[in-house]
Design a protein around this ligand. Structure first.
Ligand SMILES: Nc1ncnc2c1ncn2[C@@H]1O[C@H](COP(=O)(O)OP(=O)(O)OP(=O)(O)O)[C@@H](O)[C@H]1O
Length: 657
C-alpha cells in the first residue's frame, strides 16, 4: 500500500516500467496465444479470401449480364446467379469475420484464465511487491489488447503480404527497372515507418501502465474509504487518479499520432513512387524500352498496392500494441506462484476448490506424540523455565478427541520451531533470530511480547505464507516444507488480527473456509461465537450482505465472524491473532470461554494482547526482538522473567518498547 503513495502523480505511474520484450520473444509470446486457434484463424482467412474473390467475380458477372442484354438474350439465369453470388459472398465474409471475432474473444478468455489461475496462487511476498490494482488491470485491460492483434491483424498481415507479393511479381513481369525504382522509394519510406513502430509499442505500454495505476489508486482508496474521507484526502486521491488518466490519454494520443503517421506514409510512399515511376517510365517510353500501355498498367498496379500495403502496416502497428500487452501480461506471469495441486488443471471454472475446501479434514498419517518430537534447541532463558502442560502432551497420543464441531474430529496438531531464522526479503533485517519452541497438542499456547517481536510472523511461517530462511518448522513431527500446502493449510484455522470479512453474505463468509458445512454446523458455530443474536437482528438473516470488506458489521462482529469461520473449518491447529481492542467485555469473556473449550481438543496458538487470555493459556511463549526469551506459565514467568512481569503489569496493552 505504501509504495502507491510514493508514486508520482506527475507521471501517473510510480513503478519503474519493465522493458518491452525483444521482437522475437514478443512474437513467440503472441504466437502462444494464437497457437491453439491457428486452424480457425486460417479458416477465417480463407473465408475472407473467398469473400473477396466472390466480390471480384461480381463485375465479371455484371459484364456478362450487360453482354447478354446486348444480344437480347434472357438475363434471368445470370440475374439469379448474380444474386446468389452476392448473398454467398456476403454470407461467407460475415461468417469468416464472426469466426475471427469469436476466436479473438477466445484468445482473450484464455489469457484471462491463465492469469486468473495464477493470481490467487501467487506467493505472498510476490503480492507484497506488487500493486493488486495494477495486477487486476493486467487481467481486465491488457488482455483486451490481444483481441485484434491475434486474429484480425494476423489475417490482414497474411492476406496483405500475399496480395503485395502477387502485385510485385506482376510488376516485375512488366518491367524490372520500374519495379526497382518503386521498391527503392518504398524501402526509403518503409524505413521511416519502421522507426515509428517501436514508439507505438512504448506509448501503448505507458498508457497501459497508467491504466494500471488508475486501478491501483482506486483500489487503495476504496480499501480505506473511511480513512480517505476522514483525512480529507478525496481531492488529493482524485488528483492522482486524474493524473494517471491524463497520462493514459497522453500516451494514447501519442499512439494515435504514430499510427496515423505510419498510415499516411503508405499513401506518401505510393504517391512518391507514382511520381518517380512517371518520370523514369516516361523516359523509358521515350527511349522505346517499354510501351505506353505497360507504363499505364504498371501505374494501375501501383495504386492497387495501396490497400495490401496499408493492411500490412496496420497489422504491424497492431503487433506493436500487442507487444505492449504481452510484455505486461508476461510480467504478471513471471511472478512466483505457490505449488499447484499435482492433479490440478490450471483452472476448471470459478468453483474449483482445493482439497482444503472439501470439508474432509486430513488426519496425519502418524500423530507424533510430543514426546517423540525432536528436542528443540532451547532458547537460553527458555531452558531455565520448566515447560508446563506436559500432562496435556499425552492427550495427543491417546487419539480420538473430538473436534470443535459436532461429530468426531481429528487429533490436534503439534508444532515445533527449531532454531528458525527468517527475514521477509533479502536486504531487510532478520525478524526471527533462531526461534525455538515446542507446542504439544492440544492446549492453548499464548505468544506475548513487545510489538514487532515477531509473533504474527510465527503464524505466517506456519501457514507457509513465507518460507523460513533457516531452521525447521515441524507440524506433527513433519517438516512443513515436506507437507503438501493444501494439506497443511486444511489442518489450520487462522483468525487474522484485522479479521478480514469479504464482500458477500454473512453465510458466504462463514463457510468460506469450509464450503460444505451443514446448516446444523453453522448454527452451532454461530451460537459459540455469540453471533446468533446478530443473525436474528439482520433483515435477511444469514443471507444479509455484509458490504465491501464487511463494512456493515462492527469491528467486534467482524472478529466473531472470523472466529466462527475458522471454527467451521474444524481445524487441528487454530491460530488466533488477537485483536487489541475489538470485543466488548461480555463478548470477550464468552469468546475466551469458547477458545478455552476449543483448546481442550485442538492445538490453539494465540498472539495475545490481553492478560485475561494469557492467564488461561497452558503455556506462554515470551518473544522479544525475534527470539524466544522464555516459556512458562503465567506464575512461573511473573516470577522469572522481568520483561513478562513488565508486560503483565501493563496488562499487555500498549506494549511498545
Ligand atoms: N510482510 C512484511 N514485510 C516486511 N516486513 C514485515 C512484514 N510483516 C511484518 N514485518 C516486520 O517484521 C517484524 C515483526 O512483525 P510481526 O508482525 O511478526 O510482529 P508482532 O510481534 O506480531 O507485532 P504486533 O504485536 O505489533 O502485531 C516487524 O518489525 C514488522 O515491521
Amino acid at each position: 500500500m505504501t509504495s502507491a503513495t510514493a508514486s508520482s502523480p506527475a507521471t501517473g505511474t510510480g513503478e519503474e516500467s519493465a522493458p518491452l520484450l525483444p521482437g522475437r520473444e514478443t512474437w513467440r509470446a503472441l504466437y502462444r496465444h494464437i497457437r491453439p486457434h491457428r486452424r480457425v484463424i486460417a479458416l477465417g482467412a480463407l473465408l475472407a479470401l473467398i469473400g473477396s474473390a466472390s466480390a471480384l467475380a461480381q463485375p465479371l458477372a455484371a459484364k456478362a449480364l450487360v453482354d447478354r442484354l446486348g444480344e437480347n438474350g434472357s438475363i434471368t439465369g445470370i440475374l439469379l446467379f448474380l444474386t446468389a453470388l452476392v448473398v454467398f459472398g456476403t454470407a461467407v465474409e460475415a461468417f469468416g469475420s464472426y469466426l475471427l471475432e469469436r476466436t479473438a474473444e477466445s484468445v482473450v478468455l484464455a489469457a484471462r484464465r491463465s492469469l486468473i489461475g495464477r493470481l490467487l496462487r501467487l506467493r505472498l511476498p510476490e503480492v507484497e511487491r506488487t500493486q493488486p490494482g495494477d495486477l487486476m488491470s493486467r487481467v481486465t485491460s491488457d488482455t483486451t489488447l490481444l483481441r485484434s492483434v491475434t486474429t484480425q491483424s494476423v489475417v490482414s498481415a497474411a492476406t496483405g503480404a500475399l496480395s503485395t507479393l502477387a502485385t510485385i511479381v506482376l510488376m516485375g513481369v512488366m518491367d524490372a527497372v520500374l519495379l526497382g525504382v518503386t521498391l527503392g522509394v518504398i524501402v526509403v519510406i518503409g524505413a521511416a515507418i519502421a522507426t515509428v513502430m517501436p514508439k507505438i509499442a512504448r506509448a501503448t505500454k505507458r498508457s497501459q501502465e497508467a491504466v494500471g495505476h488508475i486501478s491501483t489508486v482506486l483500489e487503495r482508496a476504496f480499501g480505506a474509504f473511511r480513512t480517505v474521507k476522514a483525512s480529507g484526502a478525496e481531492e488529493r486521491e482524485t488528483a492522482v487518479v486524474e493524473a494517471a488518466a491524463r497520462e493514459a490519454w497522453r500516451q494514447g494520443v501519442k499512439t494515435a499520432k504514430w499510427q496515423s503517421l505510419a498510415g499516411a506514409s503508405v499513401g506518401l510512399a505510393v504517391q512518391m513512387s507514382f511520381l518517380t515511376v512517371l518520370g523514369v517510365g516516361g523516359a523509358r517510353v521515350a527511349s522505346g524500352a517499354i510501351t505506353v500501355s505497360t507504363l499505364v498498367a504498371f501505374l494501375l498496379l501501383l495504386f492497387y498496392l495501396i490497400e495490401p500495403v496499408s493492411k500490412l502496416v496496420n497489422a504491424v502497428a497492431q503487433f506493436q500494441v500487442g507487444a505492449a500487452a504481452v510484455a505486461r501480461i508476461a510480467e504478471a506471469e513471471r511472478l512466483e506462484t505457490e505449488e499447484v495441486k499435482a492433479e490440478g488443471p490450471e483452472t476448471e471454472g470459478p468453483g474449483t476448490d482445493g482439497p482444503a475446501a472439501t470439508g474432509a479434514l486430513p488426519t496425519p498419517a502418524t500423530t507424533a506424540p510430543v514426546a517423540a518430537a525432536p528436542a528443540p534447541v532451547a532458547a537460553p532463558v527458555a531452558a531455565t523455565v520448566a515447560a508446563p502442560a506436559t500432562a496435556t502432551a499425552t492427550v495427543a497420543a491417546t487419539g480420538g478427541p473430538t473436534g470443535p464441531g459436532p461429530g468426531p474430529g481429528p487429533s490436534p496438531a503439534s508444532v515445533v520451531f527449531e532454531n528458525v531464522t527468517f527475514r521477509y526479503r533479502e536486504g531487510l533485517p532478520y525478524v526471527h533470530h533462531g526461534v525455538s519452541f515446542e507446542v504439544p497438542g492440544p492446549g492453548m499456547t499464548a505468544f506475548v511480547g513487545p510489538s514487532g517481536a515477531g509473533k504474527t510472523t510465527v503464524f505466517g511461517l506456519l501457514e507457509r505464507f513465507y518460507e523460513a530462511t533457516g531452521g525447521r518448522i515441524l507440524v506433527d513431527g513433519r517438516d512443513v516444507r515436506d507437507l503438501p500446502l493444501a494439506e497443511l493449510r486444511a489442518a489450520i484455522g487462522y483468525v487474522e488480527q484485522d479479521a478480514p470479512v469479504l464482500a458477500g453474505t454473512l453465510r458466504e463468509n462463514l463457510v468460506f473456509a469450509a464450503p460444505d458445512s451443514s446448516d446444523e454446523e453453522i448454527r452451532e458455530v454461530l451460537a459459540r461465537a455469540r453471533l446468533d443474536a446478530l443473525v436474528e437482528r439482520l433483515p435477511e438473516g444469514l443471507h444479509t450482505p455484509v458490504g465491501h470488506r464487511g463494512s456493515t458489521l462492527s469491528g467486534g462482529e467482524r472478529q466473531r465472524v472470523a472466529i466462527a469461520r475458522a471454527l467451521l473449518r474444524r481445524p487441528r491447529l487454530l491460530l488466533l491473532d488477537e485483536a487489541t481492542s475489538q470485543l466488548d467485555a461480555v463478548n470477550e469473556m464468552a469468546l475466551r470461554d469458547v477458545v478455552a473449550e476449543v483448546s481442550r481438543e485442538v492445538t490453539v496458538l494465540v498472539v495475545a494482547h490481553r492478560l485475561s487470555t494469557v492467564t488461561l493459556a497452558d503455556r506462554i511463549v515470551v518473544m522479544d526482538a525475534g527470539r524466544v526469551r522464555a516459556v512458562g506459565t503465567h506464575e512461573e514467568l511473573v516470577a522469572n522473567d522481568p520483561l513478562y512481569g513488565e508486560l503483565a503489569a501493563t496488562q499487555f496493552l500498549a506494549a511498545e518498547r
